[in-house]
Design a protein around this ligand. Structure first.
Ligand code: SF4
Length: 223
């Protein structure tokens, strides 16, 4: 079975709780969402068999933390993903899944061989994607079998009701899940500061562990 892969490269993780870890990145082509802040416009891909991709991953110096499956949305090609993460596990590599947190049935198919889930929660007022809470709820339930943290983009447009809904989701499904607030890197950072301060205070009041971590790969100018 072949998958459409936009690129394979090594770099440092630019966001979330594993910021700064060296990883091999596998960027899948295609996404089921179209967020207003999306900066991943992919128009080219190569087709890979799982063993071809594994051989390419192994070309990199083997001192990396994990293989990051990113996109696009990797779970759109979950059958291929299942095969490549099995190969990685068999050879002692860690699998890190970056996902928009919606394709929960596909997640079920791969969760056994995933080590870390970096899951987006799409706040409707930030993403322009409408309500995805039902999908996020089911997704987080399955993801919580493994180490999972959540990322949410905070924009000038983000309303506190949406953040409250994300906090309720975390409280109900997985209280130990850490929420990473990511200022929208396409907007002036100084204008987001007050909102981020208010939102951090709200997380504290709601007893959900949260931190603000910018998308550093954009700041550093790395992939
Ligand atoms: S889920 Fe990610 S890749 Fe897909 S449209 Fe949204 S930001 Fe872009």
């Amino acid at each position: 079975m072949k998958a459409r892969i936009a690129e394979v490269f090594d770099s440092v993780q630019g966001e979330g709780l594993y910021l700064g870890e060296r990883q091999v990145f596998v960027r899948f082509f295609g996404c089921n969402l179209s967020c207003s802040f999306c900066d991943t416009k992919l128009n080219r891909f190569l087709e890979y068999e799982p063993d071809e991709l594994f051989r390419e991953i192994k070309l990199y110096p083997d001192d990396f933390h994990s293989v990051s499956f990113t996109g696009g949305e990797p779970l759109l090609q979950h059958e291929f993903l299942r095969d490549i993460i099995k190969l990685n596990k068999k050879h002692g590599l860690k699998n890190y899944l970056e996902t928009n947190g919606t394709l929960y049935q596909q997640l079920e198919d791969v969760i056994d061989d995933i080590d870390i889930v970096a899951m987006d929660v799409k706040l409707p007022s930030s993403s322009g994607m409408g309500q995805l809470w039902g999908m996020h709820y089911r997704f987080l339930k399955i993801a919580s079998q493994k180490e999972t943290f959540i990322k949410a983009i905070i924009s000038e447009e983000t309303v506190s009701e949406d953040l409250k809904a994300a906090l309720a989701l975390i409280r109900e499904v997985n209280r130990s899940c850490i929420l990473v607030l990511q200022p929208n890197s396409l907007q002036p950072q100084e204008r987001l500061k007050t909102k981020l301060d208010d939102f951090s205070a709200l997380c504290l009041r709601e007893r959900v562990t949260a931190c603000v971590i910018p998308q550093m790969h954009k700041v550093m100018g790395v992939k």
